[in-house]
Design a protein around this ligand. Structure first.
Ligand code: CDP
Ligand code: CDP
Length: 228
């Protein structure tokens, strides 16, 4: 069977990573969570006090980028690759609301994007990859054979993310999660460099009323057809 590249873009908490992981597993493909890379750079900036609630030293982050090493290591038990920052597993640390509140500002910086996009293209150069993010079908792999663009209402997405954060015992309010979802949507889709947008040839899937199983089934059938 031929190997293809599958790009899954869309708004926050639309179920991109869940379906991308399921799809990669079903097809025997590699899954790459590009958002985890932006989150890991953001965590670095937070740890080094480069970014905080009311301060962001963009020049310092750019000047330190060559010492920020992002890598992935497959976790057999979890069935996907976890993200590492300078050799430390940060898979959990990058999922906090605080990182979510800073990440879109970091992702606006062209130097950050250039570094991560190159790495993403390298990871997908053999094809047989499912990558999710914001600019995968438009910038990272414009020639991907199969592209999805996932949407759902902001309230549905915030409810999903809120539930997830509560399960991780984070002390957050639904209002703050909704605010974060909406503000990231805005920054991500209006930034100058590689804004979030639907690629011309992407298939749009609104999953506001789709269960995880229904969403997977729909996407899996389309993927099987594309591989034939
Ligand atoms: O999981 P969620 O949808 O909340 O976000 P994510 O995929 O982990 O991405 C976090 C943030 O990284 C996004 O809000 C974007 O600002 C940025 N990002 C990006 O700019 N380009 C990508 N390819 C992936 C993520
Ligand atoms: O990667 P992205 O931020 O787009 O979303 P995700 O992390 O895959 O999904 C966010 C949350 O929404 C997870 O807890 C999913 O289980 C849930 N979800 C859902 O309940 N129904 C869907 N159709 C899609 C996602």
């Amino acid at each position: 069977m031929k190997k293809i590249t599958i790009a899954i873009d869309g708004y926050s908490s639309t179920g991109k990573s869940t379906v991308a992981k399921q799809l990669a597993k079903a097809l025997g493909y590699v899954y790459v969570d590009s958002g985890a890379m932006y989150r890991a750079v953001t965590l670095y900036a937070m740890q080094q006090n480069i970014i905080s609630k009311d301060n962001f030293d963009v020049n310092r982050l750019v000047s330190e980028l060559d010492i920020v090493k992002i890598s992935f290591k497959y976790n057999e038990q979890l069935g996907f690759a976890e993200v590492y920052l300078n050799g430390t597993n940060v898979e959990n640390d990058i999922r906090t609301l605080e990182v979510s509140q800073n990440v879109s500002q970091v992702a606006e910086i062209s130097e950050v994007r250039r570094m991560l996009v190159l790495q993403q293209q390298q990871m997908g150069k053999e094809k047989g990859v499912v990558m999710d993010g914001r600019d995968i079908g438009t910038v990272v792999f414009p020639d991907a054979e199969l592209k999805f663009f996932m949407t759902a209402s902001a309230e549905t997405r915030a409810q999903r993310r809120y539930k997830e954060l509560l399960e991780r015992h984070e002390d957050v309010s639904y209002e703050d999660v909704l605010k974060n979802v909406e503000s990231r949507d805005l920054i991500d889709s209006t930034r100058e460099d590689s804004p979030l947008m639907k690629a011309k040839d992407a298939l749009e899937i609104d999953n506001s009323n789709l269960s995880l199983a229904a969403q997977f089934e729909k996407i899996y059938v389309l993927a099987q057809n594309a591989i034939k």
